[in-house]
Design a protein around this ligand. Structure first.
Ligand code: 13P
Length: 250
């Protein structure tokens, strides 16, 4: 059966010293509790190797992106093999900020997913609608299309290695959270889309996380929904106590 997961996405925050300090704090805090979910931190590329050196196996480590090429003359890019060589096990792909600000298309993301899987990295694949799509009622179709375009060339076995994260763009960093009902509606829809392509078992085994202004104060209500299997946490992951407040919502 699918896992519950709380993953932090630090985005472009923290210096190396601050990030290593935060990772140590989360690592220590985790030791003191019997967490009912897997816990992952996704950190800037520059921090990966150092963070890998200070955390225990109980805390998962991931990158926030990887390149759409394996190696070569791509100045400034970081490949999936490079990410894997640091000890990271996860990689966020398709975050709305990457789609919006860096022009990442479904075609590009398809390549990135394949390269990540080839390195045994677990993609945390993000999908979600913008406000206009929420308001004009096309949000379910938009998310269906994002999944179909980037992921439906995968085999069932490959798809089974993914984690999905539903992040309504209008709820990211805005303090405006989707209601638990809105999250559940979308998560159930996503599971149905997966079941339609890969069958009910693959769909039931897929962890689908919610992301968008998730905080200790609202995590429990959202995580209680049957199709919500945890969260992808931005701002609240930058503070150890807030992040742990979300982890312990399970
Ligand atoms: P916030 O939790 O800051 O809204 O960010 C969510 C997010 O984008 C996680 O990937």
């Amino acid at each position: 059966m699918r896992k519950n997961i709380v993953a932090g996405n630090w985005k472009m925050n923290t210096t190396l010293a601050e990030g290593v300090g935060l990772a140590k704090d989360v690592n220590e805090a985790l030791k003191g509790i019997d967490a009912k979910c897997d816990v992952v931190i996704c950190v800037p590329f520059t921090h990966l190797a150092s963070v890998a050196g200070v955390i225990d196996s109980k805390l998962g480590l991931g990158a926030e992106n990887c390149a759409d090429h394996v190696k070569g003359a791509y100045t400034g890019e970081v490949s999936a093999p490079m990410v894997a060589s640091t000890g990271a096990k996860y990689v966020i792909l398709g975050h709305s900020e990457r789609r919006q600000y860096y022009g990442e298309t479904s075609e590009i993301l398809k390549t990135k997913v394949n390269l990540a899987l080839a390195e045994n990295l677990t993609p945390i694949f993000c999908i979600g609608e913008v406000l206009e799509e929420r308001e004009n009622g096309t949000f379910l179709d938009v998310v269906t299309k994002q999944i179909e375009e980037a992921l439906f060339d995968l085999s069932a076995e490959e798809f089974g290695k993914l984690i999905l994260a539903y992040e309504p763009v209008w709820a990211i960093g805005t303090g405006k959270t989707a209601t638990a009902e809105q999250a559940e509606e979308m998560h159930a829809h996503i599971r149905g889309v997966i079941a339609g392509k890969y069958g009910q078992e693959v769909a039931d085994n897929c962890s689908i996380l919610y992301g968008g202004s998730c905080k200790p104060s609202n995590a429990k209500e959202i995580f209680e929904k049957p199709n919500v299997d945890g969260g992808l946490i931005g701002g609240a992951a930058l503070d150890c106590a807030s992040f742990m407040g979300i982890v312990t919502a399970f």
